[in-house]
Write a protein that binds this ligand. Structure first.
Ligand SMILES: [Zn+2]
Length: 252
């Protein structure tokens, strides 16, 4: 079976056909999808969606892009959402110093608060770091909590090594199908017991669907590419990834 650890199925893109999108995922052997929230409203929305289907799980969080408009009480609201069924982690959280849609100091503040909550509940984190790996890892070290995954990994070899040494998992998205030798080298250096895969749907659509809306059923293209790069049977890759997902997010 395929697992997708990071999808935004609350997006407008799926307004017309979400049940079909989920059906297609099942037909393509995707049996576990983790939806991630970008703010409180979005997290509430995904809680409703995951109730409807047993293959769906959720992470609730506040995306760094949203940090500027987040108030202290919004962060506190996360506590209530964590009580909901099938919420198996905190995300999407992190820092984005590439787009800088929110001020860096606000991003840092919100990220720190959410890492502390994850630690308090011993929950895994679905982490977004873009042009901010050093700062992000520094915060995790300050708080001394490393249970989580760097989603859509875009760091370098040094960052990869530090993240692995700290105990983090590394997730690759459809970007791995774009033909970057650099990213393929990083994939090969990622220990198999820390490897995860994701679509980040509706974004980052893999080849050969590039240019279209992404959806969890396309994760098969990512598995295919990764199995080629690692010269590994796809069934074996499926088995290893499933183990990793269930271990990190404590899913039975
Ligand atoms: Zn995302």
């Amino acid at each position: 079976m395929f697992c997708d650890i990071h999808a935004h199925l609350t997006e407008e893109d799926y307004k017309q056909d979400l049940p079909l999108v989920i059906e297609r995922a099942k037909i393509e052997n995707v049996n576990l999808i983790i939806l991630v929230g970008i703010d409180i409203e979005d997290s509430k929305k995904l809680i409703e969606i995951i109730k409807k289907d047993k293959i769906l799980y959720g992470n609730v969080g506040i995306h760094p892009h949203e940090a500027d408009r987040i108030k202290e009480e919004d962060i506190k609201k996360i506590y209530n959402l964590l009580k909901e069924e099938k919420i198996c982690g905190i995300g999407e959280i992190g820092l984005d110093f590439y787009k800088n849609y929110s001020q860096r100091e606000n991003q840092i503040k919100v990220f720190k608060e959410l890492v502390k909550i994850a630690k308090e509940f011993n929950l895994p984190m679905n982490i977004h770091l873009r042009e901010s790996h050093r700062e992000g890892l520094k915060i995790l070290k300050e708080i001394n909590y490393f249970k989580g995954v760097l989603h859509c990994f875009s760091g370098n070899e040094e960052i990869l090594k530090s993240a692995i040494d700290l105990g983090l998992y590394i997730s690759y998205s459809g970007v791995i199908t774009f033909g970057s030798e650099r990213l393929e080298r990083l994939l090969k250096k990622t220990p198999l017991d820390r490897l995860l895969l994701e679509t980040d749907a509706p974004y980052l659509t893999p080849v050969p669907k590039r240019g279209m809306r992404n959806e969890p059923s396309y994760i098969k293209y990512i598995y295919q590419k990764v199995s080629e790069v690692l010269e590994m049977e796809i069934k074996e890759l499926e088995r290893r990834i499933e183990e990793n997902v269930k271990r990190l997010f404590t899913i039975n």
